[in-house]
Design a protein around this ligand. Structure first.
Ligand SMILES: Nc1ncnc2c1ncn2[C@@H]1O[C@H](COP(=O)(O)OP(=O)(O)OP(=O)(O)O)[C@@H](O)[C@H]1O
Ligand SMILES: [Mg+2]
Length: 590
């Protein structure tokens, strides 16, 4: 076939495919235009998941008739004054969005330039542009997009369900709204207004906070840790969720660079690294971070939808972010998730089962009896488990141990709350932090087993462990080959105390197998953390072990001193706190 020059409308439809991937991309481009136009209020309405209708109305600067006519042409923009792409201060700069939308849908724009006496309208239907017509509009710009992708049926086939497209639109509206709290936003889906956000007075973080609660949930705000760091001309501000608030996907990572919400791999990877070993693998923290830097520090012209970036100095951004997040998380120390306690309380006060004649639900009454029985009638040796009253509670955040429940939970009392600690989860975290600390400070001390232990494994597991012998020795575990399918263990990390060596080795084999092909500093460091975490799990007091009052109090005091003890290495909480006021509410004393 001969080479031919493609006709302009086909060229436009091909180009549009890059910019307009789905209805949410149209919404994003139109909101960005409104923001660039200085709007104070942006109202979005959609129908049929955005495929039927998308309407974005703003009260921004509007366009004069000549500008309006030119705006729908390709490569026409008012946002680049010179030919310099390294100082972009606006969200748009390519002059691609409106013509792309016009190439694949029925686009109509009404606009009234600020101070003008008349408004004008223009239409573009599958690339065909109408003449300008006078119209009625009091101010700003109103853009309507009907029948998106009707001109490109192939693309139409790839659309997900109306529900999925609608939620993608809601997501993009929220991201842009979070990035621009000074602007009022609303989103109407069909007949219902699903989001209504009033403008927050200026002053980036604190005024953004009220919006954070609306967008990331009130739970998030209750537990969020303030993040703040500045290095050179680059700053990061925002809020990071406690690690116990993890989510199954990264939707709740809100990353905003110079007012632009991004889904950037470098930033997302950095966040995950900062939370590594605090949230379980495959889960994501919640956070909202605002990065600000001079425009020439970042290239926004690397992705057709402008959602990815390239930083001039990626390492500087990465280390600033990691440092800021680790500081915030470290400072949170043993703080538990307030919302978890809340959730626990709600479960207590919303018993299953129907209310009985006395107004107390049957299900609750039954459940209340069973687990409390061991405490109510202590058998001979449990009595020694309750400590006597003293003023300890007031001085220590985790209070004084009062009892052990089911040989698994420590019940402690502070000045104004009841604290319930999961002894295994808490101890595991402590051992892990200590192992990491001693590893970083010159090595983990080892304890010689009086009688070396022979552990039978399968051949593959044995060779995996022997292959990692040098690495394990640095971590305090000395193993050597013993025949084809066994290893001999001579020394274990001193911190583990008396542990089940066979159980430890079999878990370690799994850890090593999972990350067998780890290479490079980052992966090796992650694998090392996993090995330490596996060791910690085996060196910790198990659920089901009876503790003395002294042991319980020692554990509480250690938790207060050690960073990151609010959750175990698997991201589960190590304790919850029930405030006196909430307990009083349960009993209707308040
Ligand atoms: N809501 C609006 N209010 C005022 N002017 C607008 C509005 N929307 C578009 N414009 C004008 O139309 C021009 C073209 O818009 P378009 O979105 O196609 O390109 P852009 O925003 O310049 O760049 P990009 O393709 O990167 O979005 C803009 O440069 C702007 O001058
Ligand atoms: Mg634009």
């Amino acid at each position: 076939m001969p080479v031919r020059q493609l006709p302009p409308d086909l060229v436009n439809r091909i180009a549009a495919g890059e910019v307009v991937e789905r209805p949410a991309s149209v919404v994003k481009e139109l909101i960005e235009n409104a923001i660039d136009a200085g709007a104070r209020r942006i109202n979005v309405a959609i129908a049929g998941g955005g495929l039927g209708l998308i309407r974005v109305a703003d009260d921004g600067s509007g366009m004069a008739p000549d500008d309006l006519s030119l705006a729908v042409e390709r490569h026409a923009t008012s946002k680049l004054t010179g030919d310099d792409l390294s100082h972009i201060m606006t969200l748009g700069f390519r002059g691609e969005a409106l013509p792309s939308i016009g190439a694949v849908a029925r686009l109509s724009i009404q606009s009234r330039s600020a101070g003008a006496t008349e408004a004008f309208a223009i239409e573009v239907d599958a690339g065909r542009k109408s003449v300008l017509k006078p119209t009625a509009l009091t101010s700003g710009t109103r853009v309507e997009v009907h029948d998106l992708f009707y001109a490109t049926p192939a693309r139409l086939k790839f659309m997900k369900s109306e529900r999925v497209e609608t939620s993608a639109i809601a997501d993009i509206v929220k991201r842009l709204a979070l990035a621009h709290p000074e602007i009022a936003f609303s989103l109407t889906t069909g007949e219902r207004t699903t989001l209504r956000l009033e403008a927050c007075p200026p002053g980036l973080i604190d005024h953004g906070l009220s919006r954070l609660g609306r967008i990331l949930s009130e739970d998030f705000v209750q537990d969020a840790l303030r993040v703040h760091a500045l290095r050179g001309a680059i700053s990061v501000e925002g809020f990071a969720g406690l690690p116990t608030l993890h989510r199954p996907n990264s939707i709740q990572l809100y990353l905003i660079v110079n007012g632009r919400p991004v889904r950037d791999k470098l930033l997302a990877g950095t966040v995950r690294a900062a939370y590594a070993d605090l949230v379980p693998t495959g889960r994501y923290p919640m956070l909202a971070l605002f990065l600000t830097m001079p425009p020439d520090e970042v290239d926004v012209n690397v992705h057709p939808a402008k959602t990815e970036l390239r930083f001039r100095d990626p390492n500087a951004v990465r280390s600033l972010l990691i440092g800021a997040l680790r500081d915030a998380l470290g400072a949170a120390g043993h703080r538990a998730t307030a919302s978890l306690s809340q959730a626990a309380l709600e479960r207590i006060v919303q018993p299953s089962g129907r209310p009985t004649s006395q107004g107390v639900s049957q299900g609750f009454a039954e459940r209340a009896q069973a687990p409390l029985a061991p405490l109510a009638e202590p058998s001979g040796d449990t009595r020694g488990n309750a400590t006597t009253g003293n003023g300890l509670g007031a001085d220590y955040p985790l209070g004084a141990a009062r009892a052990q429940f089911q040989d698994t939970f420590i019940i402690a009392e502070t000045g104004d709350a009841l604290v319930i600690v999961d002894q295994h989860a808490a101890h595991e975290r402590l051992v892990y932090e200590r192992l990491k600390h001693s590893f970083a400070n010159g090595g983990i001390s080892r304890q010689l087993l009086l009688i070396p232990e022979v552990v039978e494994l399968d051949g593959e597991a044995a060779s995996l462990l022997v292959g990692a012998a040098a690495e394990l020795e640095r971590l305090g575990l000395v193993v050597e080959a013993f025949g084809a399918s066994a290893v001999l263990v001579r020394e274990v990390p001193g911190l583990l105390g008396t542990c089940n060596v066979k159980g430890l080795l079999s878990d370690l084999t799994d850890t090593l197998a999972e990350e067998e092909d780890a290479t490079g500093d980052r992966l090796l460091a992650e694998r090392l953390d996993h090995v330490l975490s596996t060791m910690a799990c085996h060196g910790s007091v198990r659920a089901g072990r009876r503790l003395t009052p002294e042991e319980m109090n020692a554990l509480l005091r250690d938790m207060e001193k050690t960073p990151f003890t609010g959750q175990c290495n698997h991201g589960r909480p190590t304790y919850i706190e029930l405030k006196l006021a909430d307990i009083e509410k349960l009993f209707q004393r308040r």
